[in-house]
Design a binder for this molecule. Structure first.
Ligand code: BEZ
Ligand code: MG
Length: 548
């Protein structure tokens, strides 16, 4: 290895370490009614301060600091791997200024930043005033009060549903979360951000495969699109090469085609599988996506620049079917039905070959939401063959991740959806698709492969003491509160012996699987409890077998 190769290798390792170090992770679960602790608050505020907040007249702190240090553009700095020392310096100044803020308030933080990094007080003060507002609201937790009021049938003030970092106006918590107006989706900000993400996604695929995918499969979720005001939807529109247009009532009900000269790449063909929640919340958006596909398919453009048209024509030429069948691209469950059930199949170990997982996904999701030849809306027509055909052309699958709170290794829903569709594609296209996820939680969106995402999450969560200690505290608290306090234990056993047994089993399982390592005394008591509870086993099935 020569010096240059060695230096480049060290730099790559360094970049990966920084990525792991800077990733925001939740430590433990939110405890209802309990305000954030200082450390958690500081992490959140640092993250909030890393975004431009034009609505509050505040610029991102890293940019203000970069500017004051005479660095031209923080954005371009981020793209350069070689400028790590400068990046480190900026991040440490941001972190320290937020710590100053937490201890001394806005004025003192702004003065510190001026003395330390030459950032003008009048520029940094709006950021710290925003942080002060957020910090105060993080401290005032109305969750229990609101719960009690709602139980008394009183009115609970509404508040937007979003991620704290993306929209601090979700605070204070303990309000009646309302979703979004589906007609407002996607927002201008979502559409702007989506361009960066989809450019990066297509660039990555091109670099790895030497061409764009023949077709892509996207997973769209409801809650995610609420939180981001439709970033996932905006990404789909960008990939197709269209933009939303608002009508006289400011509703995004129309689309406008982005000319190929401006797009500078082919229009992508997409198979969109949406969750039941998305279908229920975003009916106008489903119609918008369907409209966009139809419009793009009908454009008089060279087939090599319009993959929707190319695939639609190929299908019509192949089977003589009609245009309306050939453009069906928005799929979900049957009306009134939710989920893929792939997660249950996995958890119950009810599968032999992984084809069964993909087949189940299609069985559940093969309902087309589209229009007929007369323009009538069709809400969920079973169209298994159409979905099979559409998936057989797919070469890349993709889902947008937009929350630092829940990652793909935390809940079963990512593998039921992105895993389910990827397996369905693998069988139908007879090749494993490239599987990508975006990370749109940080100011710079990033595309990662499935493998990279799992590696990063495992390093920053599963294997990170900061994360698992937070989780483990919860196991111990649960054991102490419900199982090891004799009077509570007796009460629960009286009320619901099944639930006590299940809770005890789960804790012992957590220990046996190596997730929880409490004192031997606690374990002994739990084992004793399971033995006593064993008397009701015959009624409710076998106890969890502990490995020795
Ligand atoms: C959704 O927001 O659409 C969703 C949430 C959890 C699981 C699946 C879908
Ligand atoms: Mg669930």
């Amino acid at each position: 290895m020569n010096h240059n190769d060695r230096d480049a290798g060290v730099m790559r390792i360094y970049e990966q370490l920084v990525e792991i170090e800077q990733r925001l992770i939740p430590t433990g679960l939110h405890v209802f009614g309990r305000p954030a602790e200082l450390k958690e608050k500081a992490d959140l505020l640092r993250m909030v301060a890393s975004f431009d907040r034009p609505e509050f007249g505040a610029l991102a702190l890293p940019e203000l600091i970069a500017e004051a240090l005479g660095i031209n553009s923080y954005d371009s700095l981020l793209q350069e791997t070689s400028a790590s020392e400068t990046k480190d310096l900026i991040h440490s100044i941001v972190g320290e200024s937020v710590r100053q803020f937490c201890h001394g308030g806005s004025d003192s933080a702004a003065k510190w930043l001026s003395a330390k990094a030459n950032v003008e007080v009048q520029k940094s003060l709006p950021v710290f005033l925003l942080l002060a507002n957020i910090a105060e609201q993080l401290d005032s937790n109305h969750e229990i009060d609101s719960l009690l009021r709602s139980l008394r049938g009183e009115y609970i003030e509404p508040g937007p549903g979003a991620d704290i970092v993306q929209n601090p106006q979700v605070l204070p918590t303990g309000r009646n979360t309302h979703a979004v107006n589906p007609y407002s989706v996607p927002s201008q900000l979502a559409f702007t951000r989506a361009k960066l993400t989809t450019d990066a996604l297509l660039r990555r695929h091109f670099e790895e495969h030497g061409r764009y995918p023949r077709a892509m499969a996207l997973v769209l979720w409801g809650l995610d699109n609420i939180k981001t005001q439709g970033e996932g939807v905006a990404q789909a529109l960008h990939l197709l090469g269209v933009r939303p247009v608002r009508d006289a009532l400011n509703r995004a009900t129309e689309i406008e085609v982005i000319p190929l000269e401006e797009l500078k790449r082919p229009r992508m063909d997409l198979v969109m599988t949406v969750s039941g929640i998305f279908r229920d919340l975003f009916a106008p958006t489903m119609a918008l996506l369907d409209k966009a596909v139809r419009r793009v398919a009908a454009l008089d453009e060279p087939l090599e620049m319009n993959y929707v048209r190319r695939n639609v024509f190929e299908k019509i030429d192949g089977d003589g079917g009609g245009f309306d069948d050939a453009v069906a691209r928005v799929f979900s469950n049957a009306p009134g039905s939710y989920g893929t059930n792939v997660n249950f199949m996995v958890m119950e170990s009810q599968w032999e070959t992984s084809d069964a997982l993909g087949d189940l996904f299609v069985t559940r999701k093969c309902f087309a939401y589209t229009r007929d030849s007369k323009g009538q809306t069709i809400e969920g027509r079973e169209a298994r063959e159409l979905m099979d055909q559409a998936l057989s052309r797919v070469e890349a699958t993709y889902q947008n991740i937009d929350s630092f709170e829940v990652g793909i290794t935390d809940v079963d829903h990512y593998f039921e959806y992105l895993g389910g569709i990827s397996k369905a594609v693998e069988k139908r296209a007879q090749a494993r698709p490239a599987i990508y996820l975006s990370d749109s939680l940080s100011p710079q969106t990033r595309i990662r492969s499935l493998e990279e995402t799992i590696r990063l999450e495992t390093r920053t969560k599963t294997l990170n003491p900061k994360w698992y200690e937070g989780m483990l505290r919860i196991y111990t608290d649960i054991a102490k509160t419900f199982l090891l306090d004799p009077s509570m234990f007796a009460r629960l056993q009286e009320l619901n012996p099944y639930s006590v047994r299940s809770l005890t089993k789960r804790l012992l399982e957590a220990h046996d699987r190596g997730y929880w390592n409490p004192d031997e005394e606690i374990l002994e008591k739990l084992r004793e409890a399971i033995e006593n509870l064993g008397k009701i086993n015959s009624v409710i099935g076998p106890t969890f077998e502990r490995k020795t």
